[in-house]
Design a protein around this ligand. Structure first.
Ligand SMILES: [Zn+2]
Length: 199
């Protein structure tokens, strides 16, 4: 559409994960899509509220300016600060809601949630059986924000990394990783910096 601005992808926080002796330290990659519509993807842990609010205000955004919260899946390090965004539609894995109203989107059968002609939410199960990814056309390239479908760039050459991060279906995860690698120029993984897909 003429005059329509391309969405801008801003990584607010790079995720990480590292094994300690009997536990693991991890937090997710948190991404802002600056529109309109404004979208935040994966809201870290419940202890990160102040950091997220600060990072948004550095980008000229208030919590009430966020139109969509999208969580790639329902684990606690990806949904912790959803409560900061009461004006947004919330998409947590396959679950789409606003306040107490829930919307039937048949992600399970492959249905996509179209936010605009440049932004869509697609089912990419594997890490959990209800994982979603956000596909963004920025005008120059296609960026896939995938949550833990990809743990980090290194997992491209070492399957053990994404498998040991937990996979409810390795079979589905392999299929969906392949699909994303085909359609994306860049991937924002669940626990590492954005990387370019080598074609
Ligand atoms: Zn995670």
């Amino acid at each position: 559409m003429e005059g329509e601005k391309n969405p801008q992808i801003i990584i607010l926080f790079d995720g990480y994960s590292k094994d300690e002796e009997s536990s693991m330290l991890a937090n997710c990659t948190c991404t802002l899509i600056k529109g309109p519509p404004n979208i935040i993807i994966d809201t870290m842990t419940a202890w990160d509220g102040n950091r997220i609010k600060e990072a948004l205000s550095h980008n000229g955004i208030n919590c009430n300016d966020i139109n969509f919260v999208i969580c790639s899946h329902g684990h606690s390090d990806h949904i912790g600060c959803n409560y900061l965004f009461p004006k947004a539609t919330h998409i947590v894995g396959f679950c789409v809601s606003f306040e107490n109203r829930f919307y039937a989107i048949n992600f399970k059968s492959g249905e996509e949630y179209i936010i605009s002609d440049k932004i869509r939410v697609i089912p990419t199960p594997g890490h959990t059986l209800q994982d979603v990814s956000v596909i963004v056309d920025t005008g120059n390239s296609v960026i896939a924000i995938t949550g833990d479908l990809f743990e980090n760039e290194e997992d491209l050459s070492d399957d053990n990394i994404w498998k040991s991060a937990g996979s409810d279906s390795e079979h589905l995860q392999i299929i969906n990783r392949k699909k994303i690698l085909e359609i994306a120029d860049y991937i924002v993984p669940g626990h590492g910096p954005m990387f370019k897909v080598q074609k």
